[in-house]
Design a protein around this ligand. Structure first.
Ligand SMILES: Nc1nc2c(c(=O)[nH]1)N[C@H]1C(S)=C(S)[C@@H](COP(=O)(O)OP(=O)(O)OC[C@H]3O[C@@H](n4cnc5c(=O)[nH]c(N)nc54)[C@H](O)[C@@H]3O)O[C@H]1N2
Ligand SMILES: Nc1nc2c(c(=O)[nH]1)N[C@H]1C(S)=C(S)[C@@H](COP(=O)(O)OP(=O)(O)OC[C@H]3O[C@@H](n4cnc5c(=O)[nH]c(N)nc54)[C@H](O)[C@@H]3O)O[C@H]1N2
Ligand code: SF4
Ligand SMILES: [Mo]
Length: 764
């Protein structure tokens, strides 16, 4: 395939074939009468005002990646967001979802006023109340619950960028260790635990791949281009145009597989066998970086002995891949070392043995000498900035996650003020793990190990993000009190006692976005316009609650500006100064081994990369990764796989007018031969039933050779049951509703969701 030797620019980026959908969104818009597009998005004509154009700086909240944006508004209306050229993530460009920020903000279905429930839970009947009433009522409920059952009986779930105020600040000040983010145990926790166990450092929010100089890119179930993180797409496209070799391991011919030199259509769930065979080849053929391994690693002898039988022929029988292809791909990696690496991936909670798979990945990267080398994996550094000065919190500990800045590490599980550890600890405990969100649902139902009686849900799509939503509904029925803080009437909002409607990211100040990076940096969020309707920002909500709950000492600041200025003062800046400097502060990094002048950059016990983990051995886990088979689909069933669509984020953008127009419903990828065997036409609508009898649909069949015959695939986030989401309600099928079970990773607390099977049902 010919590659255009072209550096990605703003113009070429939008044209890139990887980004077909992005380009489509723009051409679609310009082809329609402007009034139609504006009308669909709740915008008023005339759009060309005489008023002055106001510029504000922000970071995109349309997905957890958070590209820096420049917001243009006139007379209190937002018209346009652009990538902030000064921002190391966006570099002046945005993806389709980022461009749709104003469309998300002007969604006519938004929550408009605080509400208190009047009907039964789940019925969705509320009365609008004043903020005073909603806050007084909530504070009273929290106070009573805390007095009767202790502060840890209140769980706080948070995601989206404002979650800091609830999940970190409020939860710790209030004193509950039961604060969790879906971006940890439903996303990254295995890769974070594995990284800390293997080389002592977290991956962090921004994967430290040294894209500028990498020559061999290996993707294990990461589908760049569908996983549409702006920066990663730019970086990948540039590396590809430079001629970097690309190896994609995916049971599905993903968009990025179409750009690959090697596509390995692996049998789902067998990746660790492939990885062990790759290690076997690298060692057996002495292809690894021997100088690096002897200087920077421990446990090589044990590793070599461990993998000696895991030959490509052994793996071929397990993975359904030819042994020659396994050997050839290991050699391609080695030919390019140390400018070769397996990309850490992001959503890595797959089959329950995920920390071990991630460790196998990092072991290969170390054999390739990639850590701390140009074109390999650089060392991220956190920016320097002080926290807002406050008295010690009642409980400390990171709730973790891909949206969190790396928190304080502690070797113990966080304890509440009454001495109780996190309620997920009994099942998933491993030393430094972040709270496992899905493991906090059982204590809400059973009261074990102790009762959780109240739940605050901030920016988490409760019934679409946590597997086994049927169980979550049981919990919602049992809880004494539920507060939902959201911007949209999502499915779970109907189950809340109180609803706080939040102002969107474009309408509020927020905590700084502090990013560990090659060039550590800080981005700001300032409001472009006044909040619409009777909505408020999260910082204001937690402060008002805190004052009502006698937590005044944590809320000495009166406004977000005061809070932010105090933090920025610690680095000689201020909100005004940051605004003048395009909303971004960049600091100096320490990316490569050479920057450490002989000191070890690896904060493990040995100061080296540990092929053999004494820490895991001591906790009775395999010290070197082993392959564990996963259950096969029963007869007549397919493994249910899922992933991203370039123009949607999880289950939150399906109702966004512009994005809904681009991809209104998801499809079921079904192998064409299987479809023919079952007499199902391409484009037919079917229902799906899982191994436990849960159903979802109808969903349109996409009969294709781009997927193996033992699995089906759909985009996550559809099949919602939320009558007030006028565009998203009832469209397509829900992967979550078909995930009635998950496999718990005992090391990281991750919930492996690819262990569910579905069969096709023609009629309901
Ligand atoms: N079945 C299944 N489950 C998954 C995944 C999957 O692929 N399949 N993916 C997993 C992964 S990788 C992740 S990271 C998680 C993501 O999990 P979530 O973050 O829960 O996913 P979203 O659907 O984006 O939900 C965001 C919620 O925040 C609300 N919201 C949006 N903006 C704001 C705001 O400004 N303020 C407030 N208060 N609320 C706001 C939205 O309306 C929505 O309710 O899901 C995980 N769960
Ligand atoms: N457009 C868009 N982009 C996003 C997001 C979004 O919501 N929308 N969310 C962001 C977030 S928080 C996350 S965590 C990432 C997630 O994005 P990634 O981590 O890149 O991808 P996943 O969605 O987990 O991976 C899905 C891929 O894994 C393949 N797969 C399934 N089973 C197996 C298996 O057993 N082995 C192998 N090798 N492959 C398998 C699937 O076919 C699919 O191609 O995306 C980020 N980017
Ligand atoms: S990747 Fe797209 S949606 Fe995510 S933060 Fe960047 S521009 Fe926004
Ligand atoms: Mo994620």
């Amino acid at each position: 395939m010919a590659r255009t030797k072209l550096k990605i620019t703003r113009r070429s980026f939008l044209k890139s074939s990887l980004l077909g959908a992005t380009a489509l969104s723009l051409s679609n818009c310009s082809a329609q009468p402007l009034a139609t597009v504006m009308g669909q998005n709740g915008l008023r004509l005339p759009w060309f005002r005489k008023g002055q154009i106001k510029t504000t700086y922000n970071y995109c909240d349309m997905c957890p990646w958070r590209c820096g944006i420049v917001v243009k508004s006139v007379d209190g209306q937002v018209y346009k967001v652009d990538g902030n050229p000064a921002d190391p993530k966006s570099r002046g460009m945005l993806c389709a979802r980022g461009q749709a920020g104003p469309s998300f903000m002007y969604d006519p279905d938004r929550l408009r006023a605080p509400m208190i429930r009047t009907g039964a839970r789940g019925e969705g009947k509320f009365k609008e109340v004043t903020w005073q009433e909603a806050l007084d009522y909530t504070a009273e409920k929290l106070k009573v619950t805390g007095q009767a059952f202790g502060p840890e009986s209140v769980a706080v779930f948070g995601h989206t960028s404002g979650d800091f105020w609830f999940t970190d600040y409020f939860a710790q000040a209030w004193g509950t260790p039961n604060a969790a983010k879906p971006s940890s145990s439903l996303c990254t926790s295995p890769r974070e635990e594995a990284a800390k166990l293997t080389y002592g450092l977290p991956i962090g929010g921004h994967e430290p791949v040294d894209w500028e100089a990498i020559n061999c890119i290996v993707l294990i179930g990461s589908h760049i281009g569908e996983d549409a993180r702006n920066t990663v797409m730019q970086d990948f496209a540039n590396a590809w145009a430079r001629g970097a070799k690309v190896i994609v391991v995916d049971p599905r011919f993903s968009n990025v597989a179409a750009k690959a030199d090697y596509w390995l259509p692996i049998k789902p769930g067998t990746d660790t066998a492939l990885l062990l065979a790759w290690i076997n080849v690298l060692i057996d053929e002495a292809l690894y970086d021997q100088a690096y391994v002897s200087e920077w690693t421990t446990g090589f002898e044990e590793l070599a002995a461990h993998v000696s039988d895991f030959t490509p022929e052994w793996a071929a029988a397990i993975t359904d891949l030819p042994a020659d292809q396994i050997r050839a791909t290991a050699r391609v990696m080695a030919e390019n070392l140390p400018q070769a690496a397996i990309i850490p991936g992001r959503h890595v909670t797959w089959y329950g043995n995920d920390t071990q798979r991630m460790r196998a990945i990092y072991i290969i990267n170390a054999l390739l000498g990639a850590y701390g080398r140009e074109g390999g994996i650089y060392f991220s550094k956190s920016p320097y900035i002080e926290s807002y000065p406050h008295p010690p919190f009642a409980v400390t500990g990171s709730s973790g996650g891909c949206s969190a800045e790396p928190g304080e590490e502690s070797s113990e599980l966080p304890l509440g003020p009454s001495g109780k550890a996190r309620a997920d600890g009994a099942r998933t405990r491993f030393l430094r793990g972040a709270t496992a969100m899905q493991e906090l649902i059982d204590p809400m139902i059973s009261g074990e190990p102790y009762p959780i009686k109240a739940l605050i849900v901030y920016g988490v799509n409760l019934l679409n993000s946590i597997p086994n939503p049927q169980r979550t509904v049981e919990a919602l029925k049992k809880l004494d009190f539920v507060l939902a803080v959201d911007v949209l009437p999502q499915e779970h909002v109907a189950w809340a006692d109180v609803v706080f409607p939040e102002a969107t990211a474009l309408e509020r100040y927020d905590e700084l976005w502090v990013v560990a990076h090659k060039t550590p940096y800080i981005a700001m969020r300032e409001p472009a316009v006044e909040p619409l309707y009777d909505t408020k920002p999260a910082w204001w909500m937690v402060r008002e609650l805190g004052l009502r709950l006698g937590m005044d000492k944590y809320f000495k600041w009166e406004t977000a500006e005061e809070y932010l200025d105090a933090r920025l003062l610690s680095i000689g800046s201020s909100l005004d100064k940051m605004h003048e400097e395009q909303g971004i502060i960049v600091q100096k990094g320490k990316a490569y081994l050479a920057d450490f002048e002989g000191e070890s950059p690896f904060p493990t016990a040995s100061g080296k990369i540990e092929f053999y983990s004494h820490e895991l051995a001591a906790a009775n886990f395999d010290p070197i990764p082993t392959y564990e088979p996963v259950d096969e689909p029963p007869d007549g069933y397919f493994r249910l796989l899922y992933g991203r669509h370039p123009v949607h984020t999880f289950a939150k953008t399906q109702n966004t007018p512009l994005l809904n127009e681009l991809y209104p419903e998801n499809e079921l990828w079904l192998n064409e031969d299987e479809a023919a065997r079952q007499g199902i036409d391409d484009g037919a609508y079917v229902w799906l039933e899982n191994q436990d009898g849960a159903r979802s649909g109808p969903i349109k069949v996409k009969a294709t050779q781009r997927i193996r015959s033992d699995a089906v695939y759909m985009v996550h986030g559809f099949g919602q049951n939320a009558p007030q989401l006028s565009r998203a309600n009832g469209k397509g099928a829900s992967d979550t509703k078909l995930q009635t079970t998950y496999a718990l990773d005992p090391i990281s607390g991750g919930a492996g969701m690819r262990v569910n099977f579905v069969r096709i049902v023609r009629e309901v």
